[in-house]
Write a new protein. Structure first.
Length: 195
């Protein structure tokens, strides 16, 4: 297959996944519920924690910086942190095991009224699952953005959005669209006079 066909097929596949998602009223309602959870968190002076592995960790950091920094709107910073800074990961990974890197940091920092968002393209990330378990013990709301069939994490979160794509790249493309749009929607609720 030549590179022209690779490009054409990749964009066609991405377009189909986005179109199917947009045409699903249940998916859009879950996204609206995600917006409400973010708005409720910030209205009650909570903070948002996000976790994921690999590319999902990069998306978690991207999401956090657009909350603490800026997305489109020039507004006050909103409290957010992507769990998993390198010194913490190497310390906890070495002393307790990699599966504990998110749960342990979350346990140290989170308070009732916060929100935990977990990203996993497979739906089977053990370290994200243990963070969800920690949140449940503390009565903290959780949102999962997952891929494929949702894996076993789909049963651990309060709100679950699953992208039924076959590959991690297509799942991550949809996750970042959801994360960008949920910030835009939440800003419109939190700062209506700025629009």
């Amino acid at each position: 297959m030549d590179t022209f066909e690779v490009w054409k097929n990749a964009l066609k596949e991405a377009h189909k996944i986005l179109t199917d998602f947009m045409e699903s009223s249940s998916q859009i309602e879950k996204c609206s519920a995600f917006t409400r959870k973010i708005v409720e968190t910030y209205k009650s002076d909570g903070n948002i924690f996000i976790c994921g592995n690999g590319g999902s960790h990069c998306d978690a950091m991207h999401f956090a910086e657009e909350l603490t920094g800026k997305n489109r709107l020039d507004r006050k910073p909103l409290g957010a942190l992507a769990l998993g800074d390198p010194s913490h990961v190497t310390c906890v990974g070495n002393d307790y095991g990699f599966e504990h890197v998110f749960a342990r940091q979350f346990a140290a920092l989170a308070r009732r009224g916060d929100l935990l968002i977990g990203l996993s393209t497979s739906g089977n990330s053990k370290n994200v699952g243990l963070a969800f378990d920690e949140a449940k013990q503390r009565g903290i709301t959780t949102v999962a953005l997952l891929g494929r069939d949702g894996g076993w994490l789909k049963d651990k979160a309060d709100l679950v959005i699953i992208i039924p794509a076959r590959t991690s790249d297509r799942v991550q493309e949809m996750h970042i669209k959801i994360l960008h749009t949920v910030i835009d929607a939440a800003e419109r609720e939190l700062f209506p006079s700025s629009f």
